[in-house]
Design a protein around this ligand. Structure first.
Ligand code: NCD
Ligand code: ZN
Length: 345
């Protein structure tokens, strides 16, 4: 039995850091485990200019401390100028663009109303080799919330792939068997991130003994067989699946409310949560590929040289993290996890 794992330092290919006091509190948790993170741009107002992204990057560097590099993204809106997108990419300020369908999730009011409206931007991104990151859900209220990802594949993703066959796309935080199958069937320019929570919970967990607002995120967790498909995909070693936590902190009051926010804060024990799954699936030998190799390969970035260690040891995770004068509930908080992150190896 493997009791200690040493892997290249991983990266988080999907993180929400927020801003101000919340940023200061949460960024160190991600920086403790990851060398780099793709920073999602859904602030209020969203990050849509090179200047705003550069300033946000500075604030993150300050909050996270040395040894961590934020990889910035631009928030796509209907009216965004392709020249601005290219300028930010050429200057190295952002590495990718995030497509939020308008009103799909937290802070997405300024998102794209119709992909046809950003055709010129997508054409430019295809030309300059800039990745498109998609929140893969349709927003039509008449589509059942548990079907929104599946319908997105047919209505939005497939036409986008057909129209821009050279565009590199990351299907973010996938939650369904259909998404796994779609990625596996595609050429190498489509990849997907998978969160720790979607590997741990299915939709029953959200209603176990009462409503569990801290397990509510978007895309919402699906049936058990979807979770099984995600676990198999993550642990398969297939280079198109890689780590993206979607850590999404909200103050406890914003979650425990009549209309609670979507988002799960998993940064404090993200690696421990992932490695537990790989252990359960008898795939510890494939953990490094998922956590540390597949992401950089897809983004065309070097892998990290440093190594980190994880060991099999009881690891009591606190319920909450103090942040911005309040608390944020930790994913798996209050549990004793079977693995511990030991830091630099
Ligand atoms: C994210 C957030 O809170 O910013 N929420 C979530 O449920 N995942 C937004 C997102 O990634 O959809
Ligand atoms: Zn997200």
């Amino acid at each position: 039995m493997t009791d200690r794992l040493v892997i290249r330092r991983p990266d988080d290919w999907h993180a929400h850091f927020r801003d101000g006091a919340m940023l200061d509190a949460v960024a160190p948790h991600t920086a403790r485990q990851f060398a780099r993170a793709i920073v999602m741009p859904n602030l209020v107002p969203p990050v849509t200019t090179v200047a705003a992204a550069a300033a946000y990057r500075d604030r993150i560097r300050k909050a996270a401390g040395p040894g961590f590099e934020p990889l910035m993204t631009v928030y796509l809106t209907d009216g965004l100028d392709p020249d601005e997108v290219e300028r930010g990419h050429a200057q190295g300020v952002w590495v990718a663009a995030k497509l939020y369908p308008a009103h799909a999730t937290t802070n997405s009011a300024h998102g794209v109303t119709d992909v046809a409206r950003i055709a010129r931007v997508l054409e430019r991104m295809q030309k300059i080799g800039m990745n498109l990151l998609v929140h893969g859900e349709v927003t039509d209220k008449h589509v059942d919330i548990f079907d929104r990802e599946k319908v997105f594949i047919d209505k939005v993703l497939d036409p986008t792939i057909r129209n821009f066959p050279g565009l590199k796309i990351v299907f973010e935080h996938i939650t369904t068997r259909e998404a796994v199958e779609r990625v596996k069937a595609a050429p190498a320019n489509l990849a997907a991130t998978i969160t720790p929570h979607h590997l741990h919970i299915d939709r029953n967990a959200i209603f176990e003994g009462g409503v569990r607002p801290h397990l509510y995120c978007l895309p919402i967790a699906k049936r058990a067989h979807h979770r099984e498909a995600l676990r198999k995909a993550a642990c398969s070693g297939d280079a198109r699946f890689f780590l993206g936590t979607d850590t999404a902190p909200h103050a406890v009051e914003a979650k425990e409310a009549a209309c609670g926010c979507a988002g799960i804060f998993c940064a404090p024990a993200a690696l421990e949560a992932y490695v537990q799954v790989f252990d359960e699936e008898k795939a510890l030998d494939r953990f490094e590929a998922f956590a540390s190799l597949n992401g950089p390969a897809f983004y065309g970035l070097p892998v990290n040289e440093a190594r980190v260690a994880l060991s099999r040891a009881p690891n009591a995770l606190s319920e909450t993290t103090l942040a911005a004068g309040t608390r944020v509930v930790n994913f798996l908080g209050g549990r004793t996890l079977p693995w511990r992150y030991d830091g630099a190896a």
